[in-house]
Design a protein. Structure first.
Length: 273
DNA sequence: CTGAGCACCTGAGGGC
DNA sequence: TGCCCTCAGGTGCTCA
């Protein structure tokens, strides 16, 4: 589920509720998500207060008052909430951080592809394990020129390059699909044959679409919920994602699907070259 | 280096 | 109603 807009939506919501609240008790109902949860048991989180919440790519960093932070990734189906402690646990609730005011931070994730780990933070408020990530797509570090350079250092399908977190971070299947349609570039287009103009268009569309998705509170296909349980509304603005077999909204040609890197990719054979 | 396949999990939806 | 199949927003591994 969560790509960058969803992670940003979660970060903003947590930033409104977590800072100042203190952890009083940690409950683990599962031994592992993507990684083992056991280290959280011995991390001595009780007594620590949250100071701020950051986002980097699809990750959230919940900073604590001792230069450490909780690294959160929602995987495909993760969701977090801050609700009264007395609420009954949900079916796939794996971690509960009881807070000092009768509320609890909860992490639920049916498929358990998510991640929650405690790490020391550097001066930028980030854990070293995120150093491998490429630039944020909404900053000037992600631009047509750097994307052209990256493209010509590889010989792969452009959609795979867009979804490579070391090139640009946070662009997943939904937004890569939508951005390439808007830019008129076929997902299978070889990166080493991309023109400067095509790279410029792709970068511009990625930025525009991510910005609109953030404004809409993210995209809810089935699982994504904001911290307050609300759904993102960007799915109403999806143009071709998940619409293979239906007519292209621009030219009417039947949308096709192709598999790249194990992910299905929808495209218009006429509008995208 | 590239790309295909698979693995990690559960649940939803379609066909029968 | 239920079984079986396929598919799903992510990531990371192996293998050819």
């Amino acid at each position: 589920m969560p790509e960058l807009p969803e992670a940003e939506t979660v970060a903003r919501a947590l930033n409104r509720v977590l800072p100042g609240r203190r952890i009083v008790k940690v409950t683990l109902r599962t031994s592992k998500l993507r990684t083992s949860l056991a280290p959280l048991k011995t991390a001595k989180l009780a007594g620590r207060a949250f100071t701020a919440v950051y986002r980097r790519g699809r990750y959230n960093i919940l900073a604590l008052d001792d230069r450490r932070g909780l690294l959160l990734h929602l995987g495909m189906t993760g969701a977090v909430s801050v609700t009264p402690v007395a609420e009954p646990p949900r079916k796939h609730e794996h971690v509960v951080l009881e807070l000092d005011d009768g509320f609890a931070f909860r992490f639920e994730d049916p498929r358990r592809f998510g991640l929650l780990e405690c790490h020391p933070l550097n001066e930028k408020g980030l854990p070293a394990v995120l150093d491998f990530l490429g630039p944020e797509p909404l900053t000037d570090d992600f631009n047509g020129e750097m994307f052209y350079c990256a493209a010509h250092h590889h010989h792969i399908a452009v959609k795979e390059l867009l979804m490579d977190n070391t090139v640009v971070t946070g662009v997943g299947n939904i937004y890569a699909t939508e951005s390439l349609f808007a830019a008129g570039v076929r997902p299978t287009h070889r990166t080493d044959r991309l023109s400067h103009a095509a790279c410029d268009r792709i970068v511009a569309e990625v930025k525009a679409i991510l910005a609109r998705a953030i404004a809409a509170g993210g995209t809810t296909i089935s699982d994504f919920r904001g911290v307050d349980g609300s759904e993102g509304s960007f799915n109403r603005e999806l143009v071709i994602y998940g619409k293979a077999g239906t007519p292209c909204p621009r030219c009417g040609t039947t949308l096709r699907t192709v598999t790249l890197g194990g992910r299905s990719s929808c495209y218009c054979p006429k509008c995208q070259r």
